[in-house]
Write a protein that binds this ligand. Sequence first.
Ligand SMILES: NC(=O)c1ccc[n+]([C@@H]2O[C@H](COP(=O)([O-])OP(=O)(O)OC[C@H]3O[C@@H](n4cnc5c(N)ncnc54)[C@H](OP(=O)(O)O)[C@@H]3O)[C@@H](O)[C@H]2O)c1
Length: 254
Amino acid sequence: MMERLTGTVALVTGASSGIGEATARTLAGDGAALAVLARRGDRLEKLAAELRADGARVLVLEADLTNRAQAAAAVERTVTELGRLDTVVNNAGLMLTGPVADAPEGEWERMLAVNVEGLLHITRAAIPHLIEAAERGPRQVADLVNISSTAGRVARAGTAVYNLTKFGVNAFSEALRQEMQPKRVRISVVEPGTVDTELASHLREEVRAATEGRIRNMEKLRPRDIADAVSYIVTRSRRVAVNEILVRAAEQTW
Ligand SMILES: NC(=O)c1ccc[n+]([C@@H]2O[C@H](COP(=O)([O-])OP(=O)(O)OC[C@H]3O[C@@H](n4cnc5c(N)ncnc54)[C@H](OP(=O)(O)O)[C@@H]3O)[C@@H](O)[C@H]2O)c1
Protein backbone atom coordinates (compact mmCIF):
# COMPACT_ATOMS: atom_id res chain seq x y z
CA MET A 1 0.00 0.00 0.00
CA MET A 2 1.23 3.48 -0.81
CA GLU A 3 2.08 5.86 2.02
CA ARG A 4 2.05 9.63 1.44
CA LEU A 5 5.34 11.48 1.98
CA THR A 6 3.73 14.36 3.86
CA GLY A 7 6.12 15.88 6.41
CA THR A 8 9.20 14.43 4.73
CA VAL A 9 11.95 16.02 2.63
CA ALA A 10 13.44 14.58 -0.57
CA LEU A 11 16.63 15.62 -2.37
CA VAL A 12 16.83 14.81 -6.09
CA THR A 13 20.10 15.32 -7.98
CA GLY A 14 20.07 16.05 -11.69
CA ALA A 15 16.61 17.57 -11.39
CA SER A 16 17.07 20.12 -14.19
CA SER A 17 15.99 17.66 -16.90
CA GLY A 18 14.87 14.14 -17.75
CA ILE A 19 14.40 11.51 -15.08
CA GLY A 20 15.40 13.79 -12.19
CA GLU A 21 12.92 16.49 -13.15
CA ALA A 22 10.13 13.93 -13.49
CA THR A 23 11.09 12.35 -10.16
CA ALA A 24 10.97 15.72 -8.40
CA ARG A 25 7.48 16.33 -9.80
CA THR A 26 6.30 12.88 -8.77
CA LEU A 27 7.67 13.04 -5.22
CA ALA A 28 6.17 16.52 -4.79
CA GLY A 29 2.88 14.97 -5.89
CA ASP A 30 3.41 12.27 -3.24
CA GLY A 31 3.54 15.04 -0.62
CA ALA A 32 7.29 15.55 -0.01
CA ALA A 33 9.08 18.88 0.26
CA LEU A 34 11.77 18.95 -2.42
CA ALA A 35 15.39 20.01 -2.72
CA VAL A 36 16.35 20.00 -6.41
CA LEU A 37 20.03 20.00 -7.40
CA ALA A 38 21.83 20.56 -10.71
CA ARG A 39 24.17 23.08 -12.36
CA ARG A 40 21.50 24.77 -14.54
CA GLY A 41 19.88 27.01 -11.96
CA ASP A 42 17.47 28.58 -14.47
CA ARG A 43 15.92 25.18 -15.23
CA LEU A 44 15.62 24.42 -11.52
CA GLU A 45 13.97 27.79 -10.79
CA LYS A 46 11.38 27.13 -13.50
CA LEU A 47 10.61 23.70 -12.06
CA ALA A 48 10.47 25.10 -8.54
CA ALA A 49 8.01 27.80 -9.58
CA GLU A 50 5.70 25.17 -11.08
CA LEU A 51 5.87 22.92 -8.02
CA ARG A 52 5.34 25.83 -5.62
CA ALA A 53 2.28 26.87 -7.60
CA ASP A 54 0.92 23.40 -6.82
CA GLY A 55 1.62 23.92 -3.11
CA ALA A 56 5.00 22.20 -2.67
CA ARG A 57 7.92 23.53 -0.61
CA VAL A 58 10.95 23.59 -2.90
CA LEU A 59 14.60 24.51 -2.35
CA VAL A 60 16.76 25.16 -5.41
CA LEU A 61 20.37 23.97 -5.10
CA GLU A 62 22.52 25.19 -7.98
CA ALA A 63 25.62 23.07 -7.52
CA ASP A 64 28.18 20.88 -9.27
CA LEU A 65 28.16 17.60 -7.41
CA THR A 66 31.59 16.62 -8.69
CA ASN A 67 32.84 19.26 -6.26
CA ARG A 68 32.81 17.62 -2.83
CA ALA A 69 32.39 20.90 -0.92
CA GLN A 70 29.46 21.99 -3.10
CA ALA A 71 27.78 18.59 -2.76
CA ALA A 72 28.17 18.58 1.02
CA ALA A 73 26.99 22.20 1.31
CA ALA A 74 23.89 21.37 -0.75
CA VAL A 75 22.96 18.53 1.60
CA GLU A 76 23.50 20.74 4.66
CA ARG A 77 21.39 23.54 3.15
CA THR A 78 18.59 21.06 2.59
CA VAL A 79 18.54 20.12 6.25
CA THR A 80 18.96 23.71 7.47
CA GLU A 81 16.26 25.18 5.22
CA LEU A 82 13.77 22.32 4.91
CA GLY A 83 14.38 20.86 8.37
CA ARG A 84 15.32 17.25 7.66
CA LEU A 85 16.24 14.73 4.96
CA ASP A 86 14.24 11.52 4.48
CA THR A 87 14.79 10.61 0.83
CA VAL A 88 17.75 11.00 -1.52
CA VAL A 89 17.59 10.18 -5.22
CA ASN A 90 21.11 10.01 -6.68
CA ASN A 91 20.05 10.55 -10.26
CA ALA A 92 22.58 12.96 -11.85
CA GLY A 93 24.55 11.14 -14.49
CA LEU A 94 26.48 11.38 -17.70
CA MET A 95 26.71 8.85 -20.55
CA LEU A 96 29.68 9.38 -22.85
CA THR A 97 29.91 6.11 -24.74
CA GLY A 98 31.91 4.83 -27.71
CA PRO A 99 34.70 2.29 -28.21
CA VAL A 100 37.49 2.42 -25.64
CA ALA A 101 40.21 2.81 -28.27
CA ASP A 102 38.56 5.96 -29.70
CA ALA A 103 37.75 7.78 -26.47
CA PRO A 104 38.92 11.39 -26.35
CA GLU A 105 41.00 12.31 -23.33
CA GLY A 106 38.90 13.48 -20.42
CA GLU A 107 35.59 11.73 -21.27
CA TRP A 108 36.10 8.84 -18.87
CA GLU A 109 37.19 11.17 -16.10
CA ARG A 110 34.09 13.35 -16.55
CA MET A 111 31.81 10.31 -16.41
CA LEU A 112 33.52 8.87 -13.34
CA ALA A 113 33.38 12.28 -11.66
CA VAL A 114 29.59 12.56 -12.03
CA ASN A 115 28.34 8.95 -11.97
CA VAL A 116 30.64 7.70 -9.21
CA GLU A 117 32.35 10.49 -7.28
CA GLY A 118 29.36 12.85 -7.32
CA LEU A 119 27.09 10.07 -6.10
CA LEU A 120 29.57 9.30 -3.31
CA HIS A 121 29.88 12.95 -2.25
CA ILE A 122 26.10 13.26 -1.87
CA THR A 123 25.80 9.88 -0.16
CA ARG A 124 28.51 10.60 2.40
CA ALA A 125 26.93 13.91 3.36
CA ALA A 126 23.38 12.51 3.43
CA ILE A 127 23.82 9.32 5.45
CA PRO A 128 23.84 10.86 8.97
CA HIS A 129 20.66 12.79 8.13
CA LEU A 130 18.96 9.72 6.67
CA ILE A 131 19.78 7.73 9.81
CA GLU A 132 18.31 10.50 11.92
CA ALA A 133 15.19 10.68 9.75
CA ALA A 134 14.65 6.93 10.11
CA GLU A 135 15.02 7.21 13.89
CA ARG A 136 12.81 10.26 14.41
CA GLY A 137 10.85 10.86 11.24
CA PRO A 138 7.12 10.61 10.72
CA ARG A 139 7.53 7.35 8.73
CA GLN A 140 10.35 5.76 10.79
CA VAL A 141 12.20 4.89 7.60
CA ALA A 142 14.47 6.69 5.12
CA ASP A 143 15.43 5.98 1.52
CA LEU A 144 18.44 6.36 -0.74
CA VAL A 145 17.67 5.49 -4.36
CA ASN A 146 20.51 5.27 -6.87
CA ILE A 147 19.63 5.58 -10.55
CA SER A 148 21.72 2.94 -12.27
CA SER A 149 20.92 1.50 -15.72
CA THR A 150 20.48 -1.68 -17.70
CA ALA A 151 24.19 -0.86 -18.30
CA GLY A 152 24.70 -1.72 -14.62
CA ARG A 153 23.58 -5.30 -15.31
CA VAL A 154 24.79 -6.07 -18.84
CA ALA A 155 28.09 -4.90 -20.34
CA ARG A 156 28.21 -4.30 -24.09
CA ALA A 157 30.87 -3.34 -26.61
CA GLY A 158 30.89 0.43 -26.97
CA THR A 159 29.75 1.27 -23.45
CA ALA A 160 32.64 -0.08 -21.33
CA VAL A 161 33.31 2.89 -19.08
CA TYR A 162 29.62 3.73 -18.65
CA ASN A 163 29.20 0.04 -17.69
CA LEU A 164 32.05 0.43 -15.21
CA THR A 165 30.30 3.34 -13.50
CA LYS A 166 26.87 1.70 -13.37
CA PHE A 167 28.10 -1.76 -12.31
CA GLY A 168 29.97 0.17 -9.63
CA VAL A 169 26.79 1.93 -8.53
CA ASN A 170 25.01 -1.43 -8.23
CA ALA A 171 27.83 -3.01 -6.21
CA PHE A 172 28.11 0.00 -3.91
CA SER A 173 24.34 0.03 -3.41
CA GLU A 174 24.19 -3.64 -2.41
CA ALA A 175 27.04 -3.31 0.10
CA LEU A 176 25.55 -0.13 1.54
CA ARG A 177 22.14 -1.81 1.74
CA GLN A 178 23.58 -4.42 4.08
CA GLU A 179 25.30 -1.77 6.22
CA MET A 180 22.24 0.46 6.52
CA GLN A 181 19.61 -2.24 7.04
CA PRO A 182 19.78 -2.13 10.86
CA LYS A 183 19.19 1.63 10.72
CA ARG A 184 16.06 1.35 8.57
CA VAL A 185 17.69 3.34 5.81
CA ARG A 186 16.62 1.48 2.68
CA ILE A 187 19.07 1.46 -0.22
CA SER A 188 17.68 0.78 -3.70
CA VAL A 189 18.66 0.86 -7.34
CA VAL A 190 16.46 1.67 -10.30
CA GLU A 191 17.82 0.46 -13.63
CA PRO A 192 16.22 2.25 -16.56
CA GLY A 193 16.38 1.04 -20.13
CA THR A 194 16.22 3.60 -22.93
CA VAL A 195 14.48 6.77 -21.78
CA ASP A 196 13.72 9.81 -23.93
CA THR A 197 15.87 12.49 -22.20
CA GLU A 198 18.82 14.79 -22.92
CA LEU A 199 21.31 12.07 -21.94
CA ALA A 200 22.33 11.18 -25.52
CA SER A 201 22.75 14.85 -26.47
CA HIS A 202 26.21 14.83 -24.86
CA LEU A 203 27.50 12.05 -27.12
CA ARG A 204 30.11 12.70 -29.79
CA GLU A 205 28.50 13.08 -33.23
CA GLU A 206 29.58 9.70 -34.64
CA VAL A 207 28.55 7.86 -31.47
CA ARG A 208 25.21 9.66 -31.35
CA ALA A 209 24.47 8.74 -34.97
CA ALA A 210 25.20 5.06 -34.29
CA THR A 211 23.21 5.04 -31.04
CA GLU A 212 20.22 6.81 -32.52
CA GLY A 213 20.26 4.52 -35.54
CA ARG A 214 19.86 1.55 -33.20
CA ILE A 215 16.89 2.97 -31.28
CA ARG A 216 15.22 5.19 -33.89
CA ASN A 217 12.19 2.96 -34.40
CA MET A 218 11.83 1.91 -30.78
CA GLU A 219 9.21 3.41 -28.51
CA LYS A 220 11.35 4.82 -25.68
CA LEU A 221 10.41 5.08 -22.04
CA ARG A 222 9.35 8.48 -20.77
CA PRO A 223 11.01 10.05 -17.70
CA ARG A 224 7.75 9.66 -15.80
CA ASP A 225 7.98 5.86 -16.22
CA ILE A 226 11.17 5.88 -14.13
CA ALA A 227 9.84 8.44 -11.65
CA ASP A 228 6.95 6.03 -11.02
CA ALA A 229 9.45 3.30 -10.06
CA VAL A 230 11.22 5.65 -7.63
CA SER A 231 7.89 6.68 -6.14
CA TYR A 232 6.87 3.03 -5.72
CA ILE A 233 10.05 2.33 -3.75
CA VAL A 234 9.89 5.28 -1.38
CA THR A 235 6.17 5.13 -0.64
CA ARG A 236 6.24 1.55 0.73
CA SER A 237 5.60 0.88 4.39
CA ARG A 238 8.75 0.57 6.55
CA ARG A 239 8.28 -3.21 6.63
CA VAL A 240 8.89 -3.41 2.85
CA ALA A 241 12.24 -2.90 1.10
CA VAL A 242 12.06 -2.82 -2.70
CA ASN A 243 15.79 -2.92 -3.36
CA GLU A 244 15.92 -3.11 -7.15
CA ILE A 245 13.67 -2.25 -10.09
CA LEU A 246 14.66 -2.89 -13.71
CA VAL A 247 12.49 -1.01 -16.22
CA ARG A 248 13.18 -1.67 -19.88
CA ALA A 249 11.38 -0.14 -22.82
CA ALA A 250 9.03 -2.89 -23.94
CA GLU A 251 10.70 -3.11 -27.37
CA GLN A 252 14.23 -3.22 -25.95
CA THR A 253 16.17 -6.47 -26.33
CA TRP A 254 19.37 -5.64 -24.37
N1 LIG B 1 18.04 8.26 -20.53
C1 LIG B 1 18.32 6.98 -20.47
O1 LIG B 1 18.10 6.23 -21.45
C2 LIG B 1 18.90 6.38 -19.22
C3 LIG B 1 19.00 4.98 -19.15
C4 LIG B 1 19.55 4.40 -18.03
C5 LIG B 1 20.00 5.21 -16.98
N2 LIG B 1 19.91 6.56 -17.07
C6 LIG B 1 20.43 7.35 -15.95
O2 LIG B 1 19.46 8.26 -15.52
C7 LIG B 1 20.07 9.36 -14.88
C8 LIG B 1 19.44 10.67 -15.38
O3 LIG B 1 19.72 10.83 -16.75
P1 LIG B 1 18.68 11.42 -17.81
O4 LIG B 1 18.46 10.36 -18.81
O5 LIG B 1 17.52 12.02 -17.13
O6 LIG B 1 19.62 12.52 -18.53
P2 LIG B 1 19.64 14.11 -18.52
O7 LIG B 1 18.34 14.66 -18.96
O8 LIG B 1 20.87 14.46 -19.29
O9 LIG B 1 19.85 14.47 -16.98
C9 LIG B 1 21.09 14.43 -16.33
C10 LIG B 1 21.03 15.31 -15.11
O10 LIG B 1 22.29 15.23 -14.41
C11 LIG B 1 22.67 16.54 -14.07
N3 LIG B 1 24.11 16.66 -13.93
C12 LIG B 1 25.06 16.27 -14.81
N4 LIG B 1 26.28 16.60 -14.37
C13 LIG B 1 26.09 17.22 -13.16
C14 LIG B 1 26.97 17.79 -12.21
N5 LIG B 1 28.30 17.81 -12.40
N6 LIG B 1 26.44 18.33 -11.09
C15 LIG B 1 25.11 18.33 -10.89
N7 LIG B 1 24.23 17.79 -11.75
C16 LIG B 1 24.72 17.24 -12.88
C17 LIG B 1 22.15 17.41 -15.21
O11 LIG B 1 21.97 18.76 -14.77
P3 LIG B 1 22.88 20.01 -15.18
O12 LIG B 1 23.42 19.76 -16.56
O13 LIG B 1 21.94 21.16 -15.09
O14 LIG B 1 23.95 20.05 -14.12
C18 LIG B 1 20.80 16.77 -15.47
O15 LIG B 1 19.83 17.31 -14.61
C19 LIG B 1 21.57 9.23 -15.17
O16 LIG B 1 22.22 8.71 -14.03
C20 LIG B 1 21.62 8.23 -16.31
O17 LIG B 1 22.84 7.51 -16.34
C21 LIG B 1 19.36 7.17 -18.16
